[in-house]
Design a protein around this ligand. Structure first.
Ligand code: HEM
Ligand SMILES: *[C@@H]1O[C@H](CO)[C@@H](O)[C@H](O)[C@H]1NC(C)=O
Ligand SMILES: *[C@@H]1O[C@H](CO)[C@@H](O)[C@H](O)[C@H]1NC(C)=O
Ligand SMILES: *[C@@H]1O[C@H](CO)[C@@H](O)[C@H](O)[C@H]1NC(C)=O
Ligand SMILES: *[C@@H]1O[C@H](CO)[C@@H](O)[C@H](O)[C@H]1NC(C)=O
Length: 319
């Protein structure tokens, strides 16, 4: 009878410690300029290249889903190690230079204080706000990891997963069904290559050439953009929603209309565990915005390191 009480106590203690680790005011004394420097960098990069916001939002998701939010996604490969960045399946995450740029400026303003993992978390909030979404206070104090393995990218959810598999993938990181539906709304921004959805529009199954859960008009448009199942044009693809540079709730309206690009997106509208949330977000963008901020905070807590370092250069571990 004693054991469970001790276990509960330990659990409560460790949660308390973990919570104490991340703090909105973490850099208040040591680097008060942190948020201004990051948001200026993100803003000017996004002005130069409108693809930047989507890429940074996705970067944050991938970073946190592999080894926790530890900036493992930013490490370059070395001659003895193939890093996450270069992992199969092709990560297709880009615009790392924006984070590196912010880091260089922060090293000048407050040397060896700000972790790369915190820069990604703040930049991910900034790109959402910049694109018309809400804002929230980012908790800080993450440390950077020293390990990054290409083979780990296999643990990212694939666009072919069904809702049960997605729920499991998120639950492994302590994220709920609500977090799954909410964070999938990140697909309101950005672009996908044909390879990520072409199995749905070419030779889908023995009976159907096209995935029957797809809106047929939309499917034909996709076929037009990705005419060949073995597409040779590496740049061909489709935007993730019809307003792909605006952070809004159109993603949810689209999947309710059978216009979700990936099976993973579409599956959220077909299962009773998730559909009611999709409907609520499609109806009221302010509900989606509020929940998105809440779920991004939870994503930012995934696997935060207790013993990490503050990298001097986001691409290389400290020597
Ligand atoms: C639920 C499981 C998820 C799956 C299966 C998934 C899958 C994908 C795939 C296949 C692409 C297209 C890659 C390409 O072809 O270039 C993509 C793009 C993207 N994903 Fe996800 N994703 C998921 C969750 C998320 C989450 C949680 C976020 C952020 C909160 C996110 C943000 C993005 C963004 C912004 C893009 C566009 C990237 C760009 O334009 O460069 N995704 N995702
Ligand atoms: C990424 O895709 C390209 C083109 O298909 C391929 O040549 C390259 O080897 C892939 N890289 C990784 C790391 O899988
Ligand atoms: C989802 O995929 C798994 C594994 O392939 C399968 O066992 C399950 O029946 C699928 N269906 C649903 C509705 O989740
Ligand atoms: C479609 O898939 C079936 C197997 O499911 C395969 O036998 C057939 O060759 C494929 N057709 C084309 C055109 O690729
Ligand atoms: C695509 O590639 C597969 C094998 O890689 C081949 O069997 C199929 O005929 C190709 N389809 C087209 C339309 O070129």
């Amino acid at each position: 009878m004693k054991f469970p009480i001790i276990a509960v106590l330990l659990l409560t203690l460790s949660t308390a410690l973990l919570k104490a680790e991340l703090d909105a005011k973490y850099y208040e004394k040591t680097c008060p300029q942190i948020e201004d420097i990051i948001s200026e960098t993100v803003q000017s990069a996004s002005k130069q290249d409108p693809k930047v916001p989507a890429r940074i939002l996705r970067m944050f998701f991938h970073d946190c889903f592999i080894r926790g939010c530890d900036a493992s996604i930013l490490l370059d490969s070395t001659h003895t190690n193939k890093a996450e960045k270069d992992g199969p399946p092709n990560l297709s995450v880009h615009s790392f230079y924006v984070i590196d740029d912010a880091k260089a400026k922060l090293e000048k303003a407050c040397p060896h204080i700000v972790s790369c993992a915190d820069i990604i978390a703040i930049a991910a909030r900034d790109v959402v706000t910049l694109s018309g979404g809400s804002s929230w206070e980012v908790l800080k104090g993450r440390k950077d990891g020293r390990i990054s393995k290409a083979s780990d990218t296999i643990n990212l959810p694939a666009p072919t997963l069904n809702v049960t598999q997605l729920i499991q993938s998120f639950a492994k990181r302590g994220l709920s069904i609500k977090d799954l539906v909410t964070l999938s709304g990140g697909h309101t921004l950005g672009f996908s290559h044909c390879s990520s959805f072409q199995s749905r529009i070419h030779n889908f199954s023995f009976l159907h050439d096209i995935d029957p859960t797809l809106n047929i008009k939309f499917a034909l448009e996709l076929k037009n953009k990705c005419p060949n199942p073995n597409t040779t044009n590496p740049n061909a693809g489709e935007f993730l929603d019809s307003t792909a540079s605006v952070f809004d709730n159109d993603y949810y309206t689209q999947i309710l209309g059978g216009k979700g690009l990936f099976s993973s997106d579409q599956s959220l509208a077909s299962d009773s565990r998730t559909r009611w949330i999709v409907e609520a977000f499609a109806k009221d963008p302010s509900v989606f915005f509020k929940e998105f901020a809440d779920s991004m905070l939870k994503l930012g807590n995934v696997g935060v390191l207790e013993n990490g370092e503050v990298r001097l250069n986001c691409k290389i571990v400290n020597s």
